[in-house]
Each structure stands twice: as C-alpha cells, then as structure tokens.
Design a binder for this molecule. Sequence first.
Ligand code: APR
Length: 170
Amino acid sequence: MPDRLQVLSGDITRLAVDAIVNAANESLLGGGGVDGAIHRAAGPELLAYCRTLGGCPTGEAKITPGFSLPSKHVIHTVGPVWHEGNQGEAQLLGLCYRNCFRLARKHGLRSIAIPAISCGVYGYPREAAARIAVAECRSALADNPDLERILLVAFDESMAKVLRQAISAV
Ligand code: APR
C-alpha cells in the first residue's frame, strides 16, 4: 500500500499524471496559491471552461481538461476555510478528498496528484489536514484497485515532513 501512496515535494503543475487536484474557491474562477499556479500553467482555456461550470460548493469537486498542463485533467475541489474547527471543517475536508476520488473512479483515472488542500490561505492546521488526507487516500486505494498511484504534493519541505509523518503514523 505505501508505494501506491507517496509524498512529493514540488510544483504540482509540472506533474504528468492523469489528474492534478486544484485547491480552488467556490467561484472556480482562479485565485492565488496553487489555484493561480494551475491556471497560469493550464492557460486561458481553463478559465474559459471553468466559467461554464457555475462554481462549486465547498467539499464538492468538478473535473476539467488539463489544457496546457502536463496532466490530462484537473479536479477542482473547494476546501473549507479553517474557523477553529467548530464549523464542520474536518468533515468538509474529508468530503473534498472523497469527491476527488469519486471523480477519479468515474473517469477511470489511474494516477492523481493532490496538494495540501486548505493548508494555505484557508488556514487549516497542517497536521490535522495531513491525517485526513492520508486516511482518505488509504480508503480510496483500498476501494479502487484501478487507482495505481496517489501523490500527495507538498510545496515546501516542512509540509512534506508533516505528510510523511502522517503516513508513517498508522
Ligand atoms: N504546487 C503544489 N502545491 C502548491 C503550489 C504548487 N504550485 N502552490 C501552492 N501550493 C500549496 C501551498 O503551499 C499550500 O500548502 O498548496 C497548499 C494549499 O494552499 P492554497 O493554494 O493557499 O489553497 P487553500 O489553502 O486551499 O486556499 C484556497 O486560495 O488561491 C486561493 O483561489 C484559491 O480562494 C482559494 C484559496
């Protein structure tokens, strides 16, 4: 199981996988952070396509082509904004991962790269988010034998360390 779930440090927009996940906002019309990087790398066609989607509620996910990205698809999901943990943030973050994996399965995707959803601008505590990410990845890999590889992508070494600790913790 561990080899199907890996942690990678780097820029998710450079990964040639079946889908990269975007940590978007409910408008799906771009933003900063990984959202901005993905739109820059995908090119203007991504934004034009996203305009047709009518947004995305927090916890949900929508799939688009990757356009100029090396990945075939982008799965856009909207993580919860952290409000001290008493507004169902953990459930919503788990839902983000489950909805991304639901779309991966529906589209027969074999490899998916996922950034640390909600751990940037949205302020989710990294360790708690990493535990949720790893637990959801593990159940997705158990439920879907066609899913060959999940890459949890950290943009800096400190996040990579947190993710690796979450993987080795259980
Ligand atoms: N590759 C991989 N990870 C990245 C990249 C990148 N190119 N750029 C940023 N990250 C990491 C951040 O370091 C952070 O750990 O992605 C994680 C998520 O951070 P954000 O991008 O800020 O996303 P989030 O916290 O979910 O906030 C979403 O930010 O950009 C806006 O439009 C977006 O409103 C939405 C909000």
